[in-house]
Write a protein that binds this ligand. Sequence first.
Ligand SMILES: C[S@@+](CC[C@H](N)C(=O)[O-])C[C@H]1O[C@@H](n2cnc3c(N)ncnc32)[C@H](O)[C@@H]1O
Length: 329
Amino acid sequence: MRALEDYLSQLRLVLESGFSGSRLEPWWQAMWPDIVAALPAHGSSAKWEHALSSLPTLPPTSVDAGPVVRVGREQDLSREQHEILHTSLSALSPWRKGPFDFFGVVVDSEWRSDWKWQRLIDHVRPLEGRRVLDVGCGNGYYAWRMLGAGARVVVGMDPGVLCVQQFRAALSYQPHAPIALLPLGSEALDRDLAVFDSVFSMGVLYHRRDPLEHLRELRRALRDGGELVLETLVIDSDACEALAPPGRYARMRNVWTVPSPTLVQQWLREAGFAEVRCVDVTVTGIDEQRATPWMTFNSLRDFLDPEDPAFTVEGHPAPTRALFIATTG
Ligand SMILES: C[S@@+](CC[C@H](N)C(=O)[O-])C[C@H]1O[C@@H](n2cnc3c(N)ncnc32)[C@H](O)[C@@H]1O
């Protein structure tokens, strides 16, 4: 969405049509002032707003949500429009989640997010017709994948404003997609909504000082009989224990707790989930998270001990991520 007002109108439309008469309706209406306030048009946002308003104007086009989320086709743009598009998308860097292809401009993001999708998709209930919430959704890469997998409507939440701006770039070419990305943290899930059929929280749990409260937020968002997909950093241990990094973890400042898979499963049960399963544990490789022309800062390779990449530069076990599925009974 090129103009902020257009984006806000589209948000309202998706929320109104997707959740009329549900408990989400009074919730999003109460949150509306926070949503609007989180998307200012000054500071860095002024640069991003300029980039968005410079995107080539075209009629709505297709978004093909394969491993590469493809917006439009290369032949739809002139060479001059390609250059303008490249400049606008570059101004929205760093691109951490993807890959995307905008009219032949391939945005090779820091993460191969398609690899995580591949690890999880065969384990989750089919998304056809479901109302899905993606908490900590980044720039909406997975929201497009969820829509492509048949979701009726997808709501994403992420307090990172640049994430929303990158999402707007894709949405501007398919303005009627039933996706609403809210610039809010999951702390906003402070009441029983009981509305979503599937809730995803990937890469958020360890950023929360109170992980159990995060799981309760997710529980409150789900209807009875719904499904949670949780992904988090874990330590390799069969015991019910956690690493609480005293300083940074892989150079990240905001990693508070890295639990064992057993502890995550215990927390999930404590938060009210049933049928808890750990379906995948994968050590993150430097080919899955790496610097690219679209994310030129340091990446995983720089965060690992050069002498022994089984450890981070701080001496902690190297990043390993696990996927859990649980239901609400
Ligand atoms: C490691 S990234 C994961 C992004 C994506 N879910 C994925 O799996 O690739 C963590 C994301 O969570 C967001 N985040 C951090 N704290 C959050 C919170 N309290 N509620 C929701 N999202 C949060 C960050 O802005 C960031 O986009």
